[in-house]
Design a protein around this ligand. Sequence first.
Ligand code: ZN
Length: 264
Amino acid sequence: MKKQKVELPNALADALTLLKLPHAIVIAGPEKQGRDVARLLAKTLLCPHREGCTPCGTCGSCTSFEAESHPDFRLLRDEKSIKVDQVRDLKARSLLRPIGEGGCVFIVERADLMTPQSAKALLKLMEEPPAYLTLILQTALPDMLPDTLLSRTTVYQVEAEAQMQASLRKDAERFIDCLLEQSYYSLLAMQPKLSSDRAGFMRFCDALCAVCLERLSTGVAVEKATLFLNIPKTAMSYKERADGTTSMPLLAASFLIECKHHYS
Ligand SMILES: [Zn+2]
């Protein structure tokens, strides 16, 4: 079976790229997906040659991570319950300075299985975390975590992100189809949605570029190829302009009109 590509949720990738990742993170969402994201994040943080939010995959850090022998990484996982001794071990381990350049990364999988005592012990670690430590809690049931713990973490939703990506993609597909079918009324009808959310508009531009490049790679007629080349250019320039104080309704309207000109 083909291995599915794991990607970090956008909010997480943005924080990582901007080096603004909090020291304690909850990855909330379906277990398998959450686990994959937590591990990818750990591997990325540890890799000294990472590019943005992608680990290089070949350095000593990446290979030892894959071999489950990375000296700066710990994974705490238990099928039934996470006991206080296990958390105390983790806390003791956190006092050892990292060997590599990426700091230390600890993952607690199924953090909802912590006993109340375990959660208390973990809270102690979170109250005085060493600067080099990133703590990742993975859970499908974030509501089961105590509020005291949640208030010291940033929660990233995995599922919501996947759903959002799917819906952005659908919008981008529809946008392209409207252009190709020259149904400009339907195209203009997308204006309110596009202008309702600045960050959403910027993500829509990214999704649009991705769809254009995919369609381009399938081999298309010349006039369509021109469209698929021009739309990403326009989308990128509007994405840049959305990152400011420009009026979103005006911006979205002129974006739609400019895109329309590429195929009429
Ligand atoms: Zn690497």
